[in-house]
Every structure is written in structure tokens, then in C-alpha cells.
Design a protein around this ligand. Sequence first.
Ligand SMILES: CC(C)(COP(=O)(O)OP(=O)(O)OC[C@H]1O[C@@H](n2cnc3c(N)ncnc32)[C@H](O)[C@@H]1OP(=O)(O)O)[C@@H](O)C(=O)NCCC(=O)NCCS
Length: 184
Amino acid sequence: MDGAPAGKAGPSRVTIRPAREDEIETLCRIERSAAQSFRLVEAFSWIATGEVQSAERHRDLIAKGTNWVAAVDGDWPVGFLSADIAGPELHIWEISVDHLHQGFGIGRRLIRHAVEQARAYGLDAVTLTTFRTIPWNCPFYERLGFCTLDEAELPARLAAVLDEEAEHGLPRDTRCAMRLAIKD
Ligand SMILES: CC(C)(COP(=O)(O)OP(=O)(O)OC[C@H]1O[C@@H](n2cnc3c(N)ncnc32)[C@H](O)[C@@H]1OP(=O)(O)O)[C@@H](O)C(=O)NCCC(=O)NCCS
């Protein structure tokens, strides 16, 4: 990032590229490390030891070309963004940056890359679901241009994603769906 401390991985040294199958284990490790940030918020600290995205989903999205890594010196992945095309939208399933590399703009670079890819695919929007009040979730995406969707007007696809997450222990009232329009 602009102004990243010397010796840390600022975006100028970060490359965003498609993930490879032989990196799936590394991506799972990155997600576990990333989740350590939830220890900062007592009500959500249990997420630090929660489930991570399955190897199957990583494999599927790698095959589709919508699973990207942020790699630093020596092409070593420190973050990833997994997404899938859902109709005219790109849906972000997961974004994680290794705990030690957080706060240097890598997450922002990954989101911007996904938005650029969605635009290149001719899609209408990028969507995701996230926690409403965690500072590096909803407020972070809002600063990147995402809008929180009104509960009463949620598209069926995103309502179903939130319902499924609730079944996996993510309380429905703490979650929201967000959308960044690429086309008007
Ligand atoms: C979300 C995540 C991918 C962002 O990656 P990152 O490389 O740290 O992202 P950036 O450095 O580009 O930006 C992080 C933003 O969160 C903010 N942030 C991070 N920790 C924060 C904290 N404790 N309090 C307030 N703001 C915080 C930063 O200020 C920054 O906002 P800004 O760039 O608008 O100023 C990373 O925090 C992560 O992996 N978190 C754990 C997993 C997770 O929450 N995934 C998203 C699920 S929807």
C-alpha cells in the first residue's frame, strides 16, 4: 500500500494472478490465519477457529478461473479471493489475507481485481455477503463502493446464501448482502 512500512508486503510488491490447484492447502491455511482477526471482537472470536472454504470449492473455482491469489516476493500467496459467476453477477464467496499481511491494501487490491474481471466478463455487478458491524467487513466494502441491500428487497439468490450461512452458524441478523453495480 501507499506508505506500507519497509519490510512488509505492500501492494507494489503484490501480484494478483489465478490460483493453482497445488496451492489449495496454502489457501486453506491463509483463511485460518486471516480469521485470527476475529479474536479482536469478543462476540465473533469463535470464527477464528471455524470452518474454512472446502478444497472442493477451491478446486471448482480454480477450474472456472475465478479464484485469484495475491502473491508476494517469490510468488508466495498471502491472500486469495474466491468468486463464481452467478447469472449476470460475480459473487465473492471468500476473501482472506494472511493475518501478518493484513492492513496493507492487499484485500483492496483483490476486490478491485475481481471488479475489473467482472467488468471484462461483461457482468452487471459484484455481490457478496458479510458481517454488518465488523470493521474490515461491511464498512470496508462500503468504502470500496458496495451498497448494502435492503432485507425486504433481497434477490432470491442472495437470500438463499444468507439462509445457508445461518444454517452453518452465522447468525442471520449479523449478516448482510452487498452489491457493487458495474453497469447502470
Ligand atoms: C477482509 C480482509 C480480506 C481485508 O484484507 P486486508 O489486506 O487487510 O485489506 P486492506 O488492507 O485493503 O484494508 C483493510 C480495511 O479494513 C480496515 N480494518 C482492518 N482492521 C481493522 C480494525 N481492527 N478496525 C478498523 N478497521 C480495520 C482497514 O482500515 C482497511 O480499511 P481502508 O483501506 O478502507 O482504510 C482481511 O481483513 C481478512 O482476511 N479478514 C479476515 C477474513 C474476513 O473477514 N474475510 C471477509 C469475509 S466477508
